[in-house]
Design a protein around this ligand. Structure first.
Ligand SMILES: Cc1ncc(COP(=O)(O)O)c(C=O)c1O
Length: 423
């Protein structure tokens, strides 16, 4: 089959008729499948079941820095949990604040803290219009948080090395109303891109026009490899130190996709100054987070090696799913010249750019045939993908047999939408 782009109208019409017949057959099956949710499958969450009763038979609830985890006290978490995150993020335990069950919650609070208290200067919400840079495509919840606080968002294109750093430098270093940027430096959501060493170095060496500029370094997929040749990310805090820029970054992580999403533990890594800033807010917000859950996690894993062993089990479940998606994109779609995608070495998504102007239509066709995808546009600020092209495919949740059917329908819908457009 030649590329659709070189087909004449009558061949396209013929092709459309053929595709529509196959589509009708799928539709008649009354399927109900889901490739929208970046959630671990049930087999994955079951990997951590043994952790659930690890503290029930315990009689001693002391930790190295806390007399009794069953009681109040310890705003920034138990030392064992700090040590664990410190190992995962390769920073010192003194630079860790362990919070509750969600890193997104900590990001929301961090922005809230900067809005209301500022970072050494005027509170952000007293400075008139302020802006955030948003590498695209990106994580819809980041954009949601920014929009919630009324911060203007500016799209920054991503390439295989990370965000367009020329554009980042230009805006950050010349516009004092630019207060921050969202970054998912490893296995980015949705593209699975890991920032190159040069990108990390350029971030660390920024000289912002705004003294209260902050980088939200969301390292949600820091150890979430699905390949035998995983990506490596340079440690931004090492680079920040070389530039005297330690206060510029808040780094986030959680065990949501290690143990239980919504019932894991989350942390922020930051400089002493930034942790002080956060603690001023957290002091009023809570007396302390769930230390029993922290203990459960640290008793279960013991150290980074324990976590990495566990991540291998996730990888064994996820790799066949990602392999299936990639091989179907290759075999079903690559010859038509209508899409591109990036093969990730980790993370939770495959980002597909379908034929320009057809992403919404692909999502609609899939939905009508019983396959739910993340809404088109969700990967852009304000839900607005200017090319109407990016679709985030989430292969982790459905079992392999369901994923295969869902992908068949996705590929079919992608072809139909492109042919419709070209006709
Ligand atoms: C990039 C990114 N950050 C954060 C989160 C949410 O993390 P948590 O469960 O720790 O709030 C997700 C979940 O999909 C994500 O993709």
């Amino acid at each position: 089959m030649p590329s659709y782009l070189s087909m004449d109208k009558s061949s396209l019409r013929e092709e459309y008729k053929r595709l529509s017949e196959v589509y009708a057959e799928y539709k008649a099956k009354g399927l109900s499948l889901n490739m929208a949710r970046g959630k671990p499958g049930s087999e994955q969450v079951s990997l951590s079941n043994d952790m659930l009763d690890i503290v029930t038979s315990k009689t001693d609830f002391k930790t190295d820095d806390n007399p009794d985890v069953r009681n109040y006290g310890g705003l920034d978490g138990i030392i064992e949990a700090k040590r664990l995150f410190a190992e995962i993020l390769d920073v010192s335990p003194e630079n860790i604040f362990v919070g509750g069950n969600s890193s997104l919650n900590m990001m929301f609070d961090t922005i809230g803290c900067l809005m209301e208290n500022g970072a050494g200067g005027e509170p952000w919400n007293k400075q008139g219009k302020i802006k955030f840079l948003c590498p695209v495509p990106g994580y819809d919840r980041h954009f949601g948080v920014t929009e919630y606080y009324g911060i203007e968002m500016i799209n920054i294109p991503m390439d295989k090395n990370g965000p367009d750093m020329d554009m980042v430098e230009e805006l950050v270093q010349n516009d004092p109303s630019v207060k921050g940027i969202w970054c998912i430096p490893k296995y980015s959501n949705p593209q699975g891109i890991t920032y190159s060493d040069e990108t990390v170095r350029r971030f660390a060496a920024l000289k912002p026009a705004a003294k209260d500029f902050r980088i939200m370094w969301d390292n949600a997929y820091v150890i979430h490899d699905i390949s035998d040749t995983p990506d490596k990310l340079l440690n931004i805090f090492d680079e920040l130190e070389k530039n005297g820029n330690e206060d510029m970054v808040f780094e986030f992580a959680s065990t949501s996709k290690i143990t239980f999403p919504g019932a894991g533990i989350a942390a922020v890594a930051a400089s002493k100054n930034n942790l002080e800033l956060l603690k001023k807010r957290y002091t009023f917000q809570t007396i302390g987070y769930d230390k029993i859950n922290m203990l459960r996690h640290t008793m279960y894993f013991k150290n980074l090696d324990g976590v990495l062993e566990h991540m291998k089990k996730h990888k064994n479940i996820l790799k066949p799913k990602f392999d299936l998606v990639i091989s179907m994109l290759e075999s079903e779609l690559s010859e038509y010249g209508i899409i591109d995608w990036i093969k990730p070495n980790g993370g939770y998504f495959v980002s597909v750019n379908v034929f320009k102007g057809t992403a919404k239509r692909v999502v609609q066709l899939c939905k009508e045939a019983g396959v739910v995808l993340t809404g088109a546009g969700a990967t852009y600020p304000y839900g607005n993908d200017p090319d109407d092209s990016n679709i985030r495919v989430a292969p982790t949740y459905p079992p392999l047999d369901e994923l295969k059917i869902a992908m068949e329908i996705f590929c079919l819908s992608t072809k139909m939408a492109a042919v419709e457009k070209l006709m």
